[in-house]
Each structure stands twice: as structure tokens, then as C-alpha cells.
Design a protein around this ligand. Sequence first.
Ligand SMILES: [Zn+2]
Length: 454
Amino acid sequence: MKRIYKRTVAALLVVVLFVCGFGLYLFRYIKDGDEWVTFAVNRHAYTNGVLTTGSIYDRNGELLAGIEDGGRVFSDDYTVRRATLHVVGDAEGNIGTGLLTSYATTLMGYDLINGAYSRTGEGNSIYTTLDAELCATALNALGGSKGAVVVYNYETGEVVCMVSAPGFDPNDPPEIDGEDDRYDGAYINRAISSTFTPGSIFKVVTLAAAIENLPDLWDKTFTCTGEIEVGGEIITCSGVHGTIGIEDALAMSCNVAFAQLSLELGAEKIERYAEKAGLLDSFDLGKLTVAGGRYDRAPEGSADLAWSGIGQYNDLVNPLAMARYMGAIAAQGRAANPQLIDKVRTPLGLPGAITWPSGHTRLMSSSTADTLKQMLRYNVTSYYGEWRFPGLAVCAKSGTAEVAEGDAPHAWFTGFLDDPENPYAFAVIVENGGWGVSVAGAVANQVLQQLVYG
Ligand SMILES: [Zn+2]
């Protein structure tokens, strides 16, 4: 009896060990399977460290990255190559968020059930939501400046334009020396991974907080003499705006008015609205992660608090997150979640991956969205000038964000088209570009004109 008992225990132990071992293997397979296959010595998919399987197209079927004679090739248009570089990625894999790297398993046709099933060398095709020609227009409009341009459909979530500069020609990648300013952050997709001081575009967030928390907002008047003293410091304004109501305070981007609103609201409320706006937390863009922003609570009554509601102090926002916020204002408070991948096809033309509808996220109430929409339209019709955007119902806010002393400010322009036929939201940042409306607004107009009128 004793012997049988011992044997049973021993047999059970073996079973337990086997189950544990298999469980561990399964766990690691699910967790790390992607990395095992993408390990660059996997000879099925890589040649000399370059992924040589799978192709990437734009929304119109224009080839952005393909395979020719067993090697990686890119678009044959020089501008398109550079304009789509950060979304597509480079052959060497330096651009980590590029689809060639981040979607390597999708391009290979790897999945957990079948492994790397596409062994023809062809791999899968990823059709992005990008319009390559629009990206080229955006890159040209940046005119050699550093920055980012994002345009997305706030009904469907499709990102039709995403450009980051500086970049380079992936057919002729440069040897980048860390000191070389021309290639500063060239491997980073600023639209996805970077955050910037927002300057006055952040006033929309402070305004949203004021609309919902200050019942007398519409009766308030602000008197701007060009500056205001807060906590012993002088907050300067871009002009002398006289006595104005909240609509003109936004349109003229009056720092004196928004300093007063910030002090009255307090840091906690402003922070809460920045968070609700989706500007603080990171979020997913398929397999990629969009950078979260920053809002630091400054002490009550301080100049820092006043500046924090004006988009200065330690405030930081990401361009795509800003475009999504604008999309929410356009769409009754519910923004379509941005997406970059339209579909994946196997070499036989079958669906190569399940693509879920991107869904929506509510970032504000519909009544606040409607109020903000009217005010953003008023900015354009009353101050920026409709002549800057012929034939387009642009609703927007400009920003001129002060950065390091001695450097020109960052120029921002963010908003959307109030047009059911063309439901697009956008964010443009031109680093050290100068004045928001004239610099970043002009970039936005060139891209939107092409998008709407071809
Ligand atoms: Zn003012």
C-alpha cells in the first residue's frame, strides 16, 4: 500500500511539473512569440537585418514600401518617401514606431495559431489610412521646418495625413551624428511620440473648464491693459485688448483674461479638464502608443497657475491627441479614435488580420462641444480671417508657444472643418516657426485645400 501511494505521488508530481512547464512555455509563447519571430536572424523574413517580407500601401493603393529582388524598396517619389517615412519606417529599423518595425509580425503574416504562415517571401500587405499625396503636400508646406502635421477623419478615425520633420530619404539614409541639428530627432515620429508646449491652443481646455464651472462666464468682462500682475509677477499679453467678453478673449487670445480665469478655476479643475480632453494620458493607436501630455498643478494665486491655464508653465501636449480633442469638439463631444491601418491582406488577397472598428471616446459633453465649436468658428470669422482658408468652414485656435529664451516660439494651429462632407480635424506645429495663425495656419490651409478640392 505504502509503495503504491509513493508511486502515485511521484506520478502526480511528474504530471504537475509537466503542466507547469507546458503552461510556462505557452505563456512565453503568447507573450514573446512576436519577438522570437521578429528576431532579425529569422531567415524566413529578414535579409541582413532588413525585413524583406510584406508591403505597405497608402489608402489609394499607392506603394509606400515593397520588396524588389529580395530587398526593401520604398515609394519611387522622393517627396512621398520622406513624407511617409515616420509612419512606414526605415529599412534599418531605426524608426521604432514605423510600421516596418512595429507591425513586423503582421507584415510577415505571423499569428499565434499558425506561426509565420506566409513563407512565400511575399508577406502580407498593410493598407494604411494615409493619403500619400496629402502627406507630400504637408511636408512641402512645412518648408524645411521641424514639426508635425496631423489630419484625421473625426467620424471614422482614419488618419489621412501624418508627417513628422525632420526626416530623410529612406533610400539614402544619412549617417546621423548626434551633434547634427539637421537630423535632430529624425528617428522620432513627433506626431505620435513627442509632446510640445501648447501655448494658446491650451486656452480651449481652460475655456471648457470655465464653461462648465463658472455660471457667470457669459456676463463676465475682462479689462486688458496689455499686462496683469499675479503673485508679484507680470503676465504680459500679445496686445492691449481693452474691455472684452469671453468670446473676444478667446478670439484675441487675451492672456490677461485667461490668467484671471485660471486663478478663479484653480489648478485642480484645469488639470481635470486637460485629463478629460484626453491630453494627459497616453492612448493606443493600434499597436503604437500616443504620448501622454503634462499639466503640473501650480500653487493657488501664483503666476505659474496663471501661465498654466494659458498653455505655458510646464504644460505639454501631443499633436495627435490635440487633433483628437478638436475632433471631439466637432462631433458633439465624441471623438473617433484615430487609426492608421485600414486593412491587412494576405498574398491571396484574403483578410490577414482582424481589424476592429476603431470606436469612439467621449471627451466632453455635447453642449460644451457645441459652445466651443461656435467660439472656434468665431475665431476664424472675426479675427484670423476667412480669406486665409478660402472655401473651407474652418473652426480653430492658434497658438504661439514661448519656448527657450532666445528661440522663436512654436507656431500651432489646431481645429477642424465644420463640414459633414469633409469631417476632418487637424493639428499643425511648426517648431520655432513664429506666429501661430500666419505660419501654422498657412500649412493647415495648404493641406486642407488639397484634401477638399484635390
Ligand atoms: Zn489681452
